[in-house]
Design a protein around this ligand. Structure first.
Ligand code: F6R
Length: 614
């Protein structure tokens, strides 16, 4: 949610910053802007819309300078236009800054500044901050970095900030609270700052993940210095990035989303690599080994998450309750954090988050921690805020997910939850040894089965043609296929803008059935298992109202095939593992439908990948 990038060194800053903004565009694409410092002045360019609009604006200019900042915006305060775009700068043009987050008390500060004679160009909360820094700098007679530190002591909210001033040509100042910020350390006084490591990895693998309420003074002559906002110096902890540049490229696919869907055999495999050995019959989840007993004895496991990650949590609930017989509750993080939930010390709260930065999920964890619960995390992004505040956790190892719609992260989260459920069930003795072994072998075979589904790419594409003009769609499933139905509906609505709803199949009769007519596509997960016959009855109910059935069935199924308008077969698997397979054709269907409708599948309107505001 907003991407920020900055550079200071000995190369031209503009190309590095523009490239960085393109890598961060998944975080917001309402507007983009840069400020470059050169010869005692700042050149600021801002443009509504994508980074390419900004590039077009600057194409005829000669932007020079070896220090600069850039921003790609997901609008919170003020509509997406050129004026509200970042960077924002002081009236004398001597301080500019970029910001990801929200200044909650901006209104009160703005009124004070207006009383002092400051005038505002934009409607943003960020502009308030830049005038506040300017004011403190002038009133207190301090340099802008110190003024920023003082200003942040007055600010309520979340921020990742980088500020620049042409009066201090060798310096950038960065600060963070609740929004992510990474500093990259290059060679010979070259430094990078960004919301995540993707703009940095091309230049250096040495990074410092900033902590909450830290300020970094980055000076190409004097090096990187870290302080807390109380001005006490801190020692930067330099880490090595494991990210590879190729993971950030499309690799020949038309869209990142398609690439990421097709990566799933590998990402699921990477997720259990080293954690599962079916032949020898063990699971080893190093990250949470010390907490296994606690989980087994816990009052409840509470899973907190948002969006797709919440759907993964629902699949986890089925798995953990069914296999390990542990009481699980799955909560929307945004609801949990504000409804005064009952949390006991012997509750274990597990956050699921691809980005590891989702503001509501982070806040839900902080709340649980403050009440004494054990907090665990399932995250994809290494070094993310959630992974750092949890007592322990798992990385999903799905690799960078750049398409805004989550695909491979979901199946990786479900893989981790499956491993967790199996391990706890095994320890607790709630499944037999033979079933444990059988499920381990089945899990190990999942990547190959996903490959077989992906080979049906063209078949799914041809089915998609029939539904590309739909206005509504229903998704039905039972048991652990119900969250898969929810996920299928979310994928369709977020990238194709077709209104879609997911329901437990039997719930259809309690309202949604009224929507069914000959124009309504109904996607049904009708694989072999305990509720197969019941789902078949639900399909008949839809057919009786002339709805169109697109069924995900187990290979060889002839019964549903005879009733459905279209079927997509998936390889047979134990019911417990069906979500990992049934999700894949639904992802492909959404992808193709959205492409056929001419939608930007990687950057759907109004969305951003990393939701760092509540
Ligand atoms: C949908 C999607 C979102 C995210 C949600 C949580 O495709 O990607 O619903 O799942 O914003 O994000 P994370 O998992 O990063 O906490």
């Amino acid at each position: 949610m907003c991407g920020i990038v900055a550079y200071i060194g000995h190369k031209e800053a503009y190309p590095i910053i523009i490239k960085g903004l393109k890598r961060l565009e998944y975080r917001g694409y309402d507007s983009a802007g840069i400020a470059i410092s050169n010869n005692g002045a700042l050149s600021v360019y801002k443009k509504q819309g994508k980074v390419s609009n900004l590039e077009a604006l600057i194409a005829q200019e000669s932007v020079q300078g070896t220090a600069g900042i850039g921003h790609t915006r997901w609008a919170t305060h003020g509509e997406p236009n050129d004026i509200n775009a970042h960077p924002h700068y002081s009236s004398d043009g001597k301080i500019a800054l970029i910001h990801n987050g929200i200044i909650e008390n901006y209104d009160a500060i703005k009124k004070e500044l207006i009383n002092k004679g400051y005038s505002f160009r934009s409607e943003t909360d960020t502009e308030v901050l830049v005038h506040l820094v300017d004011d403190i700098s002038k009133v207190e007679g301090v340099w802008y970095g110190e003024a920023l530190r003082i200003a942040l002591n007055h600010v309520v909210g979340a921020y990742a900030i980088v500020a620049i001033s042409p009066d201090f040509p060798d310096r950038l100042v960065a600060a963070r609270k609740s929004s992510p910020l990474v500093v990259g350390i290059g060679e010979n006084g070259e430094y990078f700052c960004a919301s995540d490591a993707s703009p940095i990895v091309e230049y250096t693998k040495n990074v410092v993940y900033m902590e909450d309420e830290e300020i970094a003074v980055i000076d190409r002559k004097e090096g990187l210095k870290l302080y807390n906002i109380g001005d006490q110096p801190k020692t930067p902890y330099i880490q090595k990035l494991e990210l590879e540049l190729e993971a950030l490229e499309k690799g020949g696919y038309e869209h990142f989303m398609l690439k990421e869907i097709h990566e799933q055999p590998r990402s699921i495999h990477d997720c259990f690599r080293g954690r599962l050995n079916a032949e020898k019959g063990w699971i080893s989840l190093g990250g949470i080994r010390d907490y296994e007993q606690k989980m087994i004895q816990a009052n409840r496991l509470i899973i907190v998450a948002c969006g797709t990650s919440w759907h993964a949590g629902l699949v986890g609930e089925y798995l953990l309750e069914d296999l390990a017989r542990i009481n699980v509750e799955v909560e929307y993080a945004s609801e949990f954090r504000y409804r005064n939930p009952i949390i006991h010390e012997n509750d274990v709260v597990i956050a699921i988050s691809q980005s590891g930065e989702t503001a509501d999920t982070l806040a839900a964890l902080e709340l649980a921690k403050s009440k004494g619960a054990t907090i665990l995390g399932i995250c994809n992004v290494v070094g993310s805020s959630i992974s750092r505040i949890t007592d322990a956790g798992y990385y999903t190892h799905a690799g960078p997910e750049i398409g805004v719609a989550s695909t491979k992260a979901f199946t990786a989260q479900v893989t981790i939850l499956t491993l967790m459920a199996l391990q706890l069930a095994h320890k607790k003795g709630t499944i037999s040894q033979s079933r444990f072994h059988e499920l381990l072998s089945e899990l190990e075979a999942i990547p190959e089965k996903v490959k077989q589904i992906l080979a049906k790419n063209d078949h799914v594409e041809s089915i998609s043609k029939a539904y590309k003009d739909a206005s509504n769609a229903l998704y039905l499933g039972r048991g652990s296929s119900f969250p898969v139905a929810l996920e299928g509906a979310l994928k369709l609505k977020e990238i194709s803008y077709i209104h879609a709803e997911g329901y437990p199949a039997a719930e259809m009769k309690h309202g949604p059935i009224a929507l069914i007519d000959e124009n309504m596509p109904v996607f049904v997960i009708a694989t072999q298992g305990n509720s197969y016959e019941k789902v078949v009855s639900n399909i008949q109910e839809v057919k009786a109202r002339k709805g169109k059935i697109i069924a995900i069935v187990t290979e060889g199924d002839t019964h549903v095939k005879a009733m459905a308008d279209h079927v997509i077969e998936i390889p047979a698997a134990d019911e417990v593992l069906v979500p990992l397979l049934a999700t894949v054709p639904l992802q492909l269907l959404s992808y193709f439908i959205a492409v056929m409708r001419g939608c930007n599948v990687d950057q759907p309107r109004n969305l951003a990948k990393s939701v760092t505001v509540e």
